[in-house]
Each structure stands twice: as C-alpha cells, then as structure tokens.
Design a protein around this ligand. Sequence first.
Ligand code: URA
Length: 206
Amino acid sequence: MIFNQKGQIKESLFEYPSDNFKKFKESALKCNRCTLRKTCTQVVMGEGSLKHKIMVIGEGPGSTEDKKGRPFVGRAGNLLNKILQSVNIKREEIYITNVVKCRPPDNRNPNQNEMDACSPILKTEIKYINPKVIVPLGSIALKYFLGDRKKITEDRGKWFNIGELYFLPTFHPAYLLRNKRMKKPVYKDFIKIKKTINRINQLYDI
Ligand code: URA
C-alpha cells in the first residue's frame, strides 16, 4: 500500500526532488534500483498533464514503449488512444504512467520487489499531480493500489476511495485486444471518466 487511510502518499526511504519536475524526471531516468534495468532498453517515464488531477496507470512498458521511451505507444496504447478519442478525452488532459517504469523481460508481470523498487518514482509522480482520480488499467495496477483481494473482473467500473482519492479500475487495453467483447464496458467506464474530468475541471477551474 502506498497510501495511508486518508489517501495521502506514504513517505519512501528514497526521495526524489518534489519541487522541480524536470530534475525529478532526469533523476528517475537514471534509476537502476532493480534488475529490470539490466534487461530493458531505457526507463519509461509517465507523460501528460500535471494539472488535470487524473492519472491513468498501467502495469509496465511493453516492447514498443521500451524502444520509444514513452508509455502506451504500442498496440495497447493505440487502442487506449482510440477509446480516449471516442469519449473526447485528449491524452494531454490526463497523466499516463505505469506501476513499473522498466520493461519486464518477455512482458511478464512485475514482481513485488520490482514494484517496491519503482514506487518512489510513481509516488513522486503522484505528489506532483495530486490526482483526485486514478484509473488503474488491469489487474496488476488494481491490486497494487487497492490490495490483492480485488479482482478486475468483479471490480472494474466500480468506484473505490481511499480518503479523498478516488479510483475507477478498468480492463487493460492489452486484454481488450484479446477479448473484444469487453470493449463496450470499458467504453462505458471511460464515459464516467470523461464526466469526472469535466467535474474536476469545473471544481478546480482548469
Ligand atoms: N502496457 C502497459 O501496462 N503499459 C504500457 O505502457 C504499455 C503496455
């Protein structure tokens, strides 16, 4: 768990600069705190809006992301873009990132040690963005934020909260590439997300 009961980030032993995003990013790109860095091409940092208070979080870079150094730019990313476009969400009005920033070999799931080693980067991204809503994409991200008992098949499309921070888990776009029937429920989830973005924008005058 990276949040306390109020939905605030728990401090890490390792801290990044929290007053200069550029410096934080430069420093994070040099991370080699776990063995994933030995097999990946580069660290893939999140990207998008630091002001819109909404984060969409996948599990870890795939092979295209590993080559290009950007999150969600492969097949799953293209599908994510299409879903976003279909509900009028621009990539620039959300912040997109992953639980781990280095590609796991053969796209296996990241393990707990790797997720723990990477957590100072994700926590720092969260500190900068101060999100009101986090959208975990898929089971790994869902369990990472809300605990091992959560099941993506049962819990997608439901709102959860830790204190003032809200979560709306949905299926990972890579899963949708294999299970096309599930696109419709995910589209409905993103309609909820679009409405929430509008509400947040009004509330915070964004
Ligand atoms: N899958 C993810 O979880 N993240 C990416 O960036 C790409 C594919």
